[in-house]
Design a protein around this ligand. Structure first.
Ligand code: HEC
Length: 95
């Protein structure tokens, strides 16, 4: 597995992520990956994407490099350890 140069000490723990995914499931756990309210928009599938890809996406939302308002708000509340755990969890193929 490639080591992230910026954070070599952080190893994601999928078991830890179980305590955190409740705040993701409302949007990302939806069959068809769409939310219906307040407006219908596409929500990307997370399961099976690369661990580094998911972590990088969350860091990009947190840093404001990605602009989606819902995800920026969510990512801003996550620590680097939270992001590592969540990336490890979703990269192992959960929805
Ligand atoms: C309010 C609904 C909502 C919640 C809650 C939510 N997301 Fe998202 N998420 C989205 C939407 C919508 C997008 C697509 C945003 C865009 O187009 O940039 C997205 C995008 C992402 C992406 C990028 C996917 C890609 O293919 O580039 C990741 C990774 C992600 N979310 C992880 C999470 C995690 C982890 C949580 C829980 C901590 C979470 N999201 C909570 C709605 C949500």
């Amino acid at each position: 597995m490639p080591v992230l140069a910026q954070q070599p000490a952080l190893v994601g723990d999928p078991a830890e992520a179980h305590k955190k995914i409740a705040m993701c499931e409302g949007c990302h756990g939806i069959p068809g990956y769409r939310t219906a309210y307040p407006e219908v928009y596409h929500v990307p599938k997370l399961g099976g994407q690369g661990e580094a890809y998911i972590a990088n996406a969350l860091h990009a939302y947190k840093a404001g490099q990605r602009k989606h308002p819902s995800m920026r708000g969510i990512a801003a509340s996550l620590s680097d350890k939270d992001i590592a755990d969540l990336a490890a969890y979703y990269a192992r193929g959960h929805k």
